[in-house]
Design a protein around this ligand. Structure first.
Ligand code: HPA
Length: 277
C-alpha cells in the first residue's frame, strides 16, 4: 500500500530535483490537452523541465504527448504549463496520475486550468465546440485520494460541492465573449479508458447527466480541489460520442478536430488566464 508519507516524500523529492530550474512562483497552472500541445510555443519560454529529468516522475507513453513543464508569462501572468499529461489507462498508480498537479501546487500555483479533448454526449453539441466544465462525474474511475490521507495536502473527506470555481466560470464566459467563442457548458464524465465507450454506455451517461466524456480530467480536478486550488475546466468536443453517429470513433478523428479547433481554444485560454490575472 502507498502511504501518506510515500506521497509527500515523492512530491518533495521531485521538488528537490527541479527546484533550481523553477524560474518563479507560478500563479496559474495549465494542463494542455489534445490539440493544445503546442500552446506554449506561442510564448517566450522562461524555462522547460522535461518530465524525464524529474526523479520518480511518471513519463507518458502516448505517442505525440510531449512530456514537460513549460514556464512562460501568459498575458503577464507567471504560468506553469503541463505539456503532456499521464492517464490512468497507461497503467500508472492513480497517485502518480495526479502527481504532476500536486507538484504544480507545490511550486505555488493557486489556480488550475484543465483542458482536454472529450466526446460530446449532449445532442446539441457539435465537433469543434468548446465546453466550460461546470461539474463532473468521477464515479467510474477510482479516487485519486484513496489510501492514507496526506494531511499536508488536504482533508480526509474534502467537500466537492464546487469543484469548478464559480468566479472562474464567469471569467471563462467573459473571455469567451471577448474571443468570439460560443462557449457551451456542461458536466464532464471520466471513464477509465482506453477503449471508447459503447453506445449503451453513452446512453447511460446521458441519462446520468453527462454532457461530455473523456479519460483524464476529473481525477486531476479532485486532487487539485483536495489541495484547495481554484479550478476551471474547458473541453474541446472533438467528436460526438459513440453511437451518436453511424461512424466508428478513431483517435485520428479526435486529434484532427482538436487540432482544427486549437486556434480558437488558444485564444480562449490566453484570454482566460489574462482575465484571472
Ligand atoms: N470518449 C472518451 N474520451 C474521449 C472521447 C470519447 O468519445 N473523445 C475524446 N476523448
Amino acid at each position: 500500500m502507498i502511504t501518506a508519507e510515500d506521497i509527500v516524500k515523492k512530491i518533495d523529492n521531485c521538488m528537490e530535483s527541479i527546484k533550481e530550474n523553477i524560474p518563479y512562483v507560478p500563479k496559474t497552472a495549465l494542463v494542455l490537452g489534445s490539440g493544445l500541445g503546442d500552446y506554449a510555443d506561442g510564448f517566450e519560454k522562461i524555462a522547460e523541465i522535461p518530465y524525464g529529468d524529474i526523479k520518480g516522475f511518471p513519463v507518458s507513453t502516448v505517442a505525440g504527448h510531449k512530456g514537460k513543464f513549460v514556464f512562460a508569462y501568459v498575458g503577464g501572468v507567471p504560468t506553469v504549463m503541463m505539456q503532456g499529461r499521464v492517464h490512468w489507462y497507461e497503467g500508472y498508480e492513480m497517485s502518480d496520475v495526479v502527481l504532476p498537479v500536486r507538484l504544480m501546487r507545490s511550486m505555488g500555483a493557486e489556480t488550475l486550468i484543465l483542458t482536454n479533448a472529450a466526446g460530446g454526449v449532449n445532442f446539441s453539441f457539435s465537433p469543434g465546440d468548446l465546453m466550460l466544465i461546470t461539474d463532473q462525474i468521477s464515479s467510474f474511475v477510482p479516487s485519486p485520494l484513496r489510501g492514507e490521507n496526506p494531511e499536508r495536502l488536504g482533508l480526509r473527506f474534502p467537500d466537492m460541492s464546487e469543484i469548478y470555481n464559480k468566479q472562474l466560470c464567469d471569467k471563462a464566459r467573459k473571455a469567451a465573449k471577448l474571443a468570439g467563442v460560443d462557449l457551451k457548458e456542461g458536466v464532464y464524465l471520466q471513464t477509465a479508458g482506453p477503449a471508447y465507450e459503447s453506445p449503451a454506455e453513452i446512453r447511460m451517461f446521458r441519462a446520468l447527466g453527462a454532457d461530455a466524456v473523456g479519460m483524464s480530467t476529473a481525477v486531476e480536478a479532485i486532487a487539485a480541489n483536495h489541495m484547495g486550488m481554484k479550478i476551471c475546466g474547458i473541453s474541446c468536443i472533438s467528436n460526438l460520442a459513440c453511437g451518436m453517429t453511424d461512424k466508428p470513433l478513431t483517435h485520428e478523428e479526435v486529434k484532427e478536430t482538436a487540432d482544427r479547433t486549437a486556434p480558437l481554444f488558444r485564444k480562449l485560454i490566453t484570454g482566460l488566464i489574462t482575465e484571472i490575472g
